[in-house]
Design a protein around this ligand. Sequence first.
Ligand code: ADP
Length: 219
Amino acid sequence: MSSLGQYAVIGLGRFGISLARRLFEAGQEVLGIDIDEEMVEEAELFVTHAVVADATEEKALTSLGISNFDCVILAIGNDLHANILTAMLLKDLGVKKLIAKALEKRHGDLLDKIGADWIIFPERDMGERVANQLLSPNMLNYIELSKEYNIEEIMIPPKMAEKTLKELDIRAQYNVTAIALIREGDIIISPSPDEVIHKEDILVMIGKSEDLASFSNIK
Ligand code: ADP
């Protein structure tokens, strides 16, 4: 389990509550905030504390000690006015890290100007993720490092089983690099060239997304 962090999640709709719940289940300290009493009551079981407050009111945010949290997640979605106003207040109050949900690009641009550290577009990002999964069926998970480069977890193609990394010569053949190997839940970092790859192994690869896509489509 990672060390204890203190998170505040503002807006306990579908996005906010799933995020808050996951953090709480992972042992983190989570304060959930919503203007709607019913949402707060529903959230109580899934967070450390849940409070009713209007995040567009500076006084409400200061009395919760919002700037002491390691990270504040602004998950108010549909009420654009409340989202932007809260983002500005949070920046003025000097929150350490602000993650904000945006509905579309211009909204994201505005949050960027306000100084949000990470802007999330849940619908767009999930759409892209599903499309990537369809395009690369052997790809289990990925991190987008830039527009060009990804890190991906890829199930090894059957024809590569029981060969060493040296024999497979993946870097020269596919222009991607294996940075780790996942075997029965254990991780082998920087596997040696003599490591024999088994049937159920997963390779963690870094490279250009198009090269990774070719690799993960090997039959
Ligand atoms: P989702 O699509 O994730 O369900 P919504 O925009 O529907 O997102 O929900 C966001 C939540 O934010 C709602 O529960 C709403 O009550 C809450 N919310 C809206 N305005 C404020 C505010 N000013 N302060 C605190 N919470 C708010």
